[in-house]
Design a protein around this ligand. Structure first.
Ligand code: 13P
Length: 249
């Protein structure tokens, strides 16, 4: 499967920064002389349109960082999947741990967001991951399984969505699981998907958490890994480009 490299810019930068990053990557991709992975940029909401405009005739794609489960209505400050699709988004992150934590998002709400995104023709990236405490208590698989099964749509079409495994303790800390741990967790997620759904074994599974230009090659060469979800390093042109170039398929 062709790998995915997704940059989550979170709440960083200005409009000028966003446009510059997008323009630079379009140029680099147009000059690349090797097969590239799927590349998705996820700016914060105010910059989505500007970035979507810059990427529109390129192979790069644009994603949002969140959506509301309803398409319209009295939801002040929220943005619906329908509106994201309308301005040219192809992807949306759902259930990122920073939303689960700071906005108290439940698995039930995340399932509704996932379904809304799929219904509107976006590809949601369902984020899963255990906290340091859950890991210390040996509850990693239990936590991931609960998050996954509670959010899974009833009819899974593998092309409908992606999964990103992002352990909370690895996000922005410089800490990462070992390759063997990532491989084991990927295998577990694939097993859960194939046990509980038809077609789920083909859902792409990404890793995220303190990915850098240095550690990306080791992760991307794992047989079960379909890509990376990158935070901080996706804001640095050369480092993100190194990560893109570390893709192996
Ligand atoms: P970092 O790559 O900065 O650790 O962030 C990971 C992340 O949360 C991506 O969604």
């Amino acid at each position: 499967m062709r790998q995915y490299i997704i940059g989550n810019w979170k709440m960083n930068g200005t409009k000028t920064d966003a446009k510059q990053l997008a323009t630079t990557f379009v140029k680099r991709v147009s000059e690349a002389n090797r097969p590239l992975p799927h590349i998705v940029l996820c700016p914060s909401h105010p910059y989505l349109m500007a970035v979507a405009e810059i990427l529109k005739d390129s192979p790069l794609e644009v994603g949002a960082q969140d959506c509301h489960p309803e398409n319209k209505g009295s939801f002040t400050g929220d943005v619906g999947a329908f509106q994201l699709k309308d301005i040219g988004c192809q992807y949306v992150l759902v259930g990122h741990s920073e939303r689960r934590q700071h906005h108290h998002e439940t698995n039930e709400l995340i399932r509704r967001k996932l379904e809304a995104a799929i219904k509107e023709g976006l590809r949601p990236v369902l984020c899963l991951g255990e906290s340091a405490e859950e890991r210390a208590q040996g509850k990693t698989f239990d936590t991931i399984s609960k998050q996954l099964l509670a959010a899974l749509p009833s009819d899974v079409m593998p092309q409908d969505f992606l999964i990103a495994y992002e352990p909370l303790w690895a996000i922005g800390t410089g800490l990462t699981p070992t390759r063997a741990e990532v491989e084991e967790t990927m295998g577990f997620i694939k097993h859960e998907l194939s046990t509980h759904t038809t077609g789920g074994a083909l859902v792409p599974i990404l890793y995220g958490g303190s990915v850098t230009g240095r550690n990306a090659p080791a992760f991307l060469s794992l047989p079960h890994l379909d890509g990376l979800l990158v935070g901080g390093a996706s804001l640095k042109v050369d480092e993100f480009w190194d990560i893109i170039n570390a893709s192996v398929r």
